[in-house]
Design a protein around this ligand. Structure first.
Ligand code: FES
Length: 150
């Protein structure tokens, strides 16, 4: 669906607001990119250009950061996203044995994203779907979570 002029103006204003909120911070680039990703679901070339201009960086520098970090995407992905922690504490609690079953349940309808710590290390394996955290996951619980997200 094509966005109307009002939507484009609103998006441009929101991007300008996010830039204004972050540009005076110490080390503003990553927090600003996270804010843009969170708000728009991606960081497109237009946003990269605006960020570069505001922070006095080259577009290549900004694009390099966007393309380097898996947290940032250049186009929106409408699929639900389950973040699965595969950091050391969750590995010690068996997350690696759950990955294949989760990937199979996800097929192409759910995006499984590896993250490194959700802050619940003592009760892993852990995952996040939206704002909800899920702890002490076993195979069945993780597959059920993935299937519910589809
Ligand atoms: S290591 Fe998994 S939540 Fe911290």
């Amino acid at each position: 669906m094509a966005r109307g002029a009002a939507d484009r103006m609103s998006a441009a204003q929101r991007l300008a607001d996010l830039i204004a909120e972050h540009s005076e911070r110490e080390g503003p680039l990553l927090p600003l990119l996270h804010a843009i990703q969170h708000h728009f679901g991606c960081i497109d070339r237009e946003a990269e250009a605006e960020v570069a201009k505001a922070l006095n960086l080259s577009r290549a520098e900004v694009h390099g950061v966007v393309s380097f970090y898996h947290d940032f995407t250049e186009s929106p992905d409408p699929r639900p996203c389950i973040e699965l922690c595969r950091a050391e504490a969750c590995q010690a609690r068996g997350v690696e044995a759950l990955v294949a079953a989760a990937e199979s349940a996800a097929d192409s309808r759910v995006r499984l994203k590896t993250v490194y710590c959700l802050g619940l290390c003592s009760v892993g394996p852990n995952a996040r779907l939206g704002d909800a955290l899920y702890a002490r996951l076993d195979r069945d619980a993780l597959v059920a979570l993935v299937e519910a997200a589809r």
